[in-house]
Design a binder for this molecule. Structure first.
Ligand SMILES: NC(=O)c1ccc[n+]([C@@H]2O[C@H](COP(=O)([O-])OP(=O)(O)OC[C@H]3O[C@@H](n4cnc5c(N)ncnc54)[C@H](O)[C@@H]3O)[C@@H](O)[C@H]2O)c1
Length: 420
């Protein structure tokens, strides 16, 4: 039976880049998932992750990487890293069912001497209060018989500069020995490992990072709304402010926040604070502002059309870019959905153009995809630039569109082109 240096549970946006770096560093790596389609695709050399090409995957498979559904591999693994999703449930509360499920599976196969690391973003205390008791149902004791740590994933899908290897990795152990073991493990393929005193500090570091982004995006979004009314060009003000070499970090307004992290993670923190009996006001305010942005975008589209004496009802509205980030295919939590829903509700004839999305539907209604940017832009009554994929020819948009709402601040403003 083959022994593995590492088994990664959850072969998604986080698990696969980890598998890639660990395999490249010479570790024998297995991947475990509950989705047979993903396991089959990976073993056949077909990647479904933006940051992992088929060529990367081929190199991994040649390096011994193998994906599987059979959890018995865990009993032959020196290190186990859990990278399963941590979404919100219907009531916007943390849904840790995947973490619980994966941890139970680990407990069933856990052997003495194993290092278990949780990487999924979660509320502070999860590793110690939720994962540890489940793992100890194996009869083994954390810190004595096996090592336990938390290390938040900081992967930024589509980022050409920073990947797993050159992004410092925060690690917190259940005991000092757990921390040392986890630091040694990650040091094999991450340039800089940052140890913290416990698992809670590591969990909180990740939530702080994402809450910081969420709050600062909300700040500029709220400013975008009143700057429009004040007649101030906020985009120019932000560029001016960001010339300050210290004490300021640039954030830009947009149609709302998307992705698996920014709209979701701060709720894990506000949920924890609510248990103390009071709200985390910064997060709740930021959520309120960011969630309002899609309807503000629609109001601005309405205003633009109104100036041209057109109602939204029956107007051809073209959405440019429907993913939550530029130059990737990830549509999770994209604000394009609430924008499209509201426009459809008002009777708009909607279509979209996105090189990364082949099919798109909103509340079960398929939205027609435009193949030719120039033709689609010329035919639309109004174009809404929601995501600035670099494949878009922005000159074409500026020259050919009747009206444009640019929610990303990348087009030159004119009689026909407005920025958010
Ligand atoms: N995507 C990002 O950019 C990003 C960045 C930083 C942190 N994170 C965090 O990392 C975690 C994972 O996110 P992701 O984006 O990789 O998710 P993902 O949905 O891309 O992948 C998760 C994988 O886990 C599998 N899975 C679910 N339950 C399982 C179980 N019980 N056993 C085995 N496999 C199981 C799913 O089938 C899926 O393949 C989340 O906590 C997320 O918040 C994500």
């Amino acid at each position: 039976m083959t022994a593995f240096d590492l088994t990664i549970i959850g072969l998604g946006y986080v698990g696969m880049p980890l598998a890639k770096e660990a395999t490249a560093a010479g570790l024998r790596v297995a991947g475990l998932d509950v989705d047979p389609r993903k396991v089959d695709a990976l073993n056949a050399g077909r990647s479904y992750i933006d940051d992992l090409t088929d060529a990367d995957l081929d190199a991994m498979l040649s390096g011994g990487f193998t994906a599987m559904l059979d959890a018995s591999v865990l009993s032959r693994s020196r290190t186990i890293v859990i990278c399963v999703p941590t979404p919100l449930d219907e009531d916007h509360r943390p849904d840790l069912s995947a973490v619980e499920g994966a941890t139970r599976t680990v407990a069933e196969h856990l052997q003495a001497g194993t290092l278990v690391v949780l990487e999924s973003t979660t509320w502070p205390g999860t590793t110690d209060e939720l994962a540890r008791p489940i793992l100890e149902q194996s009869g083994l004791v954390a810190g004595e018989d096996f090592h336990l740590a938390f290390s938040p994933e900081r992967i930024d899908p589509g980022n050409p500069k920073f990947g797993l290897r050159n992004t410092p990795k925060v690690v917190g152990g259940y005991t000092p020995a757990c921390k040392e073991r986890a630091v040694a493990f990650y040091s094999q393929f991450v340039e800089r490992v940052v140890p913290v005193s416990g698992t809670r500090e590591a969990e909180m570091a990740k939530l702080l990072e994402n809450t910081y982004r969420h709050v600062n995006i909300a700040l500029v979004n709220e400013m975008a709304i009143f700057c429009d009314e004040l007649g101030v060009n906020l985009w120019e003000a932000i560029e001016a402010a960001s010339t300050k070499p210290f004490g300021f970090q640039k954030f830009l307004p947009g149609p709302g926040v998307g992705g698996h992290c920014i709209p979701v993670d701060p709720s894990y923190l506000s949920y924890t604070v609510r248990k103390l009996g009071y709200p985390f006001r910064f997060v709740e305010l930021a959520q309120e502002i960011n969630e309002r942005m899609p309807s503000y975008v629609v109001a601005r589209v309405q205003r633009l059309l109104n100036r041209a004496r057109k109602p939204v009802n029956g107007s051809r509205v073209l959405l440019l870019g429907v993913t939550y980030k530029p130059d990737i295919a990830d549509e999770r939590e994209t604000p394009a959905i609430p924008v499209a829903e509201a426009l459809l509700e008002l009777g708009a004839e909607l279509s979209f153009c996105d090189p990364y999305v082949k099919k798109w539907s909103v509340e079960g209604t398929p939205v027609p995809r435009e193949e030719d940017l120039a033709e689609a832009v010329a035919a639309a009554d109004v174009v809404v630039l929601l995501q600035q994929h670099s494949a878009f020819d922005l000159d074409v948009v500026e020259e050919r569109a009747s009206l444009v709402l640019d929610t990303r601040g990348v087009l030159a403003t004119s009689e026909r082109v407005e920025r958010l």
